[in-house]
Design a protein around this ligand. Structure first.
Ligand code: 3H9
Length: 697
């Protein structure tokens, strides 16, 4: 334990090093160790300057999130920082890896900061539903200016060392050995007798906004576009504003108070749950840590349509050369043109440089010869969602791919086992369910077939991460986790219309709940014809949706669907023809329409999803409830501050969810709403979905 924080001396320079793998989180022993080490160096007359650094892969990546919600043990980080602030010898933070959150706040209590190249510095608290709680909202604006600080605090995204240097957050980048460089830097500071300015005393960078208070509003507007429903961004803005007109000690006290308030709130609990759930999702039963993923040097994608093209872009973006195979030259060309257009759009928006675009484009090889997949380490088939076509492609892949290649089918619904069976190597086959647009959406459902080998799964997870996705492993069933739950939500949407709600009311209730859009706006975006074709093939009817399609109105692409879309206008307005259709449909089925409030709408759409989630858990299609939450947050826009559907159910109380579903099953006569046995059991025991994971641990 006593080695967690150690001090070594190099002449008059004390080097304090923190060693708490994996990310040097600032747990109690670390905080106490840093405080003691600084006090000892401060009181040692032979020490002239003090360096703080982190051992292993990173400087301190923040407070220990595992300690949140438990009784705090002194010293707090605020106490440690207060003592560091008063040290009269030069203090220097030497950072590498990811100095984040409380870690970055520690550096702001030093007189100087030096960084290794490749360091990424940030205040990610907002992603946990928090604000920086150890001075970050007061010190970062003083050091880097309000605009930059606000961007960092509100996005939570880290910035590279060179940007940090440009804004004054670090004083030097050390190209050679970090510690040796930091010691040399310290000696220079001593030799030049450089003044020791505390960040808390710096005022110059606040001047511009103080003189022009309107600027503050402009900065806020630029950085708060995506904060609907969230408590932390508003708190962060308020806190940064204190830099302008509240004495720093009072501002620091208030910041701490706000931090504690947010920490105790439901939103932060939900976001912390997702932080851990996302990492847990990478741990898959039957795939131990020592299963080595196969090496992926080259990929191939079959199909250059919307999905295939998007998936191929993911590989090219991640630096992996990719062969795109199509059946005909003109289809291939169309796909390649779309890819090039997408990159050009990113370039014109400034998110991609021309050089980088060229590098990415150079990683593509287009061909109509499927034999070209022979050198690919992973092949992803992304052809039509039709079993026969997919089976045919897999027959070819089996014949042509390398013996150790991973063979993936990109599918939203189909039986991966049936596809694997047409090959002589079902152990190498799995499903990948990318979400559209594949180059943008973060979620990747990885479908484990009954024979998929552990190292094949490990490879898919590793590839997913390399592509910047959040991979979640699921089992085989119709629609896997996400779409199967989405279908459960769909059951009630048309019924709500027949009983008295209108599309914009249903959508409005869900957006108010926190979804980016409701089911009707979503199907207008996807195209109503997609669902219509699917229903026709299954022989099912949706009275109102079918009637809209029969008019030739397919949503946004035809200018009319559930809503009417004016050219150039943003979003749609209610479609009077659809409203007439709905009212007429209610009359025909003999329903007297009634007003339906938002709460009822949300319950009737969200609870059936939770019910289906419970079935999915019980069948083992998802390994844990947190996996389902991650899927819904990254793939379907479930509000992150509600923690995903299963976490949300735990918050509401499973007995209440169960009772509501039972009542719904009775009133609708729809057996699908009958509470799932797992939900019933947990509700009776007064337990939660989260408790299932604890039982397993
Ligand atoms: C804060 O600092 C509040 C202050 O303002 C005020 C305080 C008063 N705590 O992600 P990885 C674990 S709020 C505990 O797979 P990577 C993680 O769970 C905090 N554990 O690696 C995982 O464990 P396991 C602000 C943490 O290389 C393992 O480390 N800081 C913490 O892909 C590896 O993580 C943040 O929000 C933590 N803070 O990414 C930083 N961080 O192996 C959050 C990580 O058992 N962390 N773990 O699953 C990150 O963003 C990434 O983990 C990081 C590494 C970039 C550091």
């Amino acid at each position: 334990m006593d080695q967690i924080v150690s001090t070594r001396r190099d002449g008059g320079i004390a080097v304090i090093s923190v060693d708490n793998p994996p990310v040097n989180a600032l747990k109690h022993a670390v905080r106490a160790g840093i405080r003691d080490a600084f006090a000892a160096a401060r009181d040692d007359a032979a020490v002239e300057a003090i360096i703080l650094t982190g051992a292993g892969r990173t400087f301190m990546a923040g407070a220990d999130i595992n300690e949140f919600g438990k009784p705090s043990q002194p010293p707090s980080l605020v106490d440690v920082i207060r003592e560091m602030d008063d040290i009269k010898k030069p203090t220097i933070a030497a950072v590498h890896g990811t100095p984040l959150g409380g870690g970055l706040e520690l550096t702001l209590a030093c007189h100087f900061r030096v960084a290794a190249p490749g360091t990424r510095l940030g205040l990610p608290e907002i992603k946990l539903g928090l604000i920086p709680g150890a001075g970050g909202t007061q010190r970062l604006p003083r050091l880097a200016g309000i605009d930059k600080a606000m961007a960092m605090i509100l996005s939570g995204d880290p910035i590279p060392a060179k940007d940090a240097l440009a804004v004054g957050l670090v004083d030097a980048i050390i190209e050679s050995d970090l510690i040796a460089g930091a010691i040399a830097f310290a000696r220079k500071v001593l030799a030049e007798k450089r003044p020791l300015r505390r960040v808390r005393d710096m005022e110059d960078k606040l001047g511009e906004v103080r003189r022009d208070p309107q600027k503050f509003g402009e900065i806020v507007a630029a950085h708060t576009k995506r904060s609907r429903g969230l408590a932390a961004p508003a708190a962060a803005v308020e806190a940064v504003r204190w830099t302008l007109d509240v004495p720093i000690d009072e501002a620091l006290r208030r910041e701490r108070e706000k931090f504690m308030e947010l920490l105790a709130g439901d939103q932060s609990k939900a976001q912390r749950h997702i932080f851990f759930a996302e990492r847990e999702a990478a741990k898959v039963s039957g795939v131990s840590k020592d299963v080595a993923p196969r090496e992926i040097r080259r990929a191939a994608v079959i199909g250059a349509g919307t999905m295939g093209g998007g998936i191929a872009m993911c590989f090219a973006n991640a630096g992996i050369p990719v062969t795109v195979v199509e059946t005909a030259a003109d289809v291939l060309k169309r796909g390649q043109d779309t890819i090039a257009r997408n990159y050009k759009t990113s370039m014109s928006r400034g998110s991609l440089s021309a050089d980088e675009m060229e590098r990415r484009l150079a990683r593509f090889t287009g061909t109509t010869n499927i034999g070209a997949i022979a050198d690919a380490d992973i092949v992803i088939e992304a052809v039509f969602e039709e079993m026969d076509i997919k089976k045919q492609v897999f027959g070819n892949l089996d014949r042509l791919a390398k013996t150790d290649a991973v063979l993936a089918t990109n599918t939203s619904y189909l039986d991966v086992n049936a596809i694997a069976q047409v090959t002589k190597r079902p152990a190498s086959v799995l499903g990948t369910h990318f979400f559209s647009p594949a180059n943008v959406m973060k979620l990747l459902e990885i479908v484990r077939g009954k024979e998929t080998a552990p190292d094949v799964l490990a490879t898919a997870i590793a590839v997913g991460r390399k592509l910047g996705k959040v991979p979640v492993v699921v089992g085989v069933c119709h629609g896997f986790v996400g779409n199967r739950m989405l279908s459960a939500r769909g059951i009630e949407s048309e019924r709500l219309l027949l009983e008295g709600a209108l599309p914009h009311e249903v959508d409005g209730a869900l957006t108010e709940f926190g979804f980016p859009m409701g089911p009707f706006a979503m199907s207008d975006l996807a195209g109503l014809d997609v669902g219509w074709r699917n229903r026709k093939s299954l022989g099912v009817k949706a009275v109102i949706a079918d009637a809209i399609c029969e008019k030739g109105d397919y949503g946004q692409k035809t200018g009319k669907g559930w809503y009417v879309y004016e050219t150039g206008g943003r979003g749609g307005r209610p479609n009077p023809e659809v409203e007439a259709l709905i009212v007429d449909a209610s009359r025909r089925v003999g329903i007297t329409r009634r007003p339906i409030d938002k709460q009822e709408i949300v319950e009737r759409l969200v609870y059936p999803m939770i019910n289906e989630g419970a079935r999915i858990l019980e069948e083992g299609i998802a390994q844990r409830s947190g996996d389902i939450d991650v899927i819904w947050i990254y793939g379907y826009g479930f509000p992150v501050w509600r923690g995903g559907p299963m976490f949300y159910a735990d918050t509401v109380g499973l007995a209440a969810v169960r009772d509501r579903l039972a009542a719904l099953a009775k009133s609708s006569g729809d057996k699908r709403h009958a509470p799932a046995p797992l939900l019933e059991r947990l509700a009776n025991a007064g337990a939660t979905f989260a408790s299932l994971a604890q039982d397993k641990a």
